[in-house]
Design a protein around this ligand. Structure first.
Ligand code: HEC
Length: 145
């Protein structure tokens, strides 16, 4: 039931995106929340680079270690920032897809250990980054006095 709800939410937001100009959805954040988001983003980029670097050396343990850091455990750290409840559902779902993608990369690198499989998973996961960047931009909310 929950899965159906999530899927239909995703379908609804995808069809909404099809009609929208690029980068048109605004996420309102405070200056501090924006700094927090950017910090997470930079960690994602650094981690994705580290995964590729390990992959190029066929170091599947390294892939597991770096991907593990970007998985769902990262979301729990971010939730401590406590602004998730004000973010759009689709924004959160896309973020979740990224973390779940890295969970799968870590798990399969350990269990299957095939670089071409990991590479496909990485390409699919990075697609979520691209989709979110193409859809959202941040606007800084003035703090109430
Ligand atoms: C759910 C939406 C979303 C997802 C998913 C997402 N990003 Fe972002 N990212 C953003 C937004 C919004 C900004 C712009 C932040 C701003 O301008 O304050 C951003 C900015 C960035 C920046 C610039 C940070 C800076 O210091 O200015 C990098 C780098 C980045 N993202 C990397 C990634 C990577 C790599 C992934 C995937 C592994 C990813 N992002 C996934 C929403 C997302």
């Amino acid at each position: 039931m929950r899965r159906i709800l999530v899927l239909s939410l995703m379908a609804a937001s995808l069809s909404a995106h099809a009609r929208e100009p690029a980068n048109s959805r605004v996420v309102e954040l405070s200056e501090g929340e924006r700094a927090h988001l950017k910090q997470e983003m930079r960690a994602l980029l650094t981690g994705a680079q580290a995964i590729l670097d390990a992959l190029a050396r066929r170091d599947m343990r390294g892939v597991t270690r770096h991907a593990g850091k970007l998985g769902s455990s990262m979301t729990r750290q971010v939730e401590r920032g406590n602004f998730c409840n004000r973010l759009p559902v689709d924004f959160l779902l896309t973020g979740q897809s990224v973390h779940q993608g890295f969970d799968r990369i870590a798990r399969d690198a350990r269990a299957i250990g095939r670089p071409s499989h990991t590479l496909n998973q990485l390409a699919a996961t990075l697609n979520h980054c691209v989709r979110c960047h193409a859809t959202y931009r941040v606007s800084v909310r003035r703090e109430s006095p």
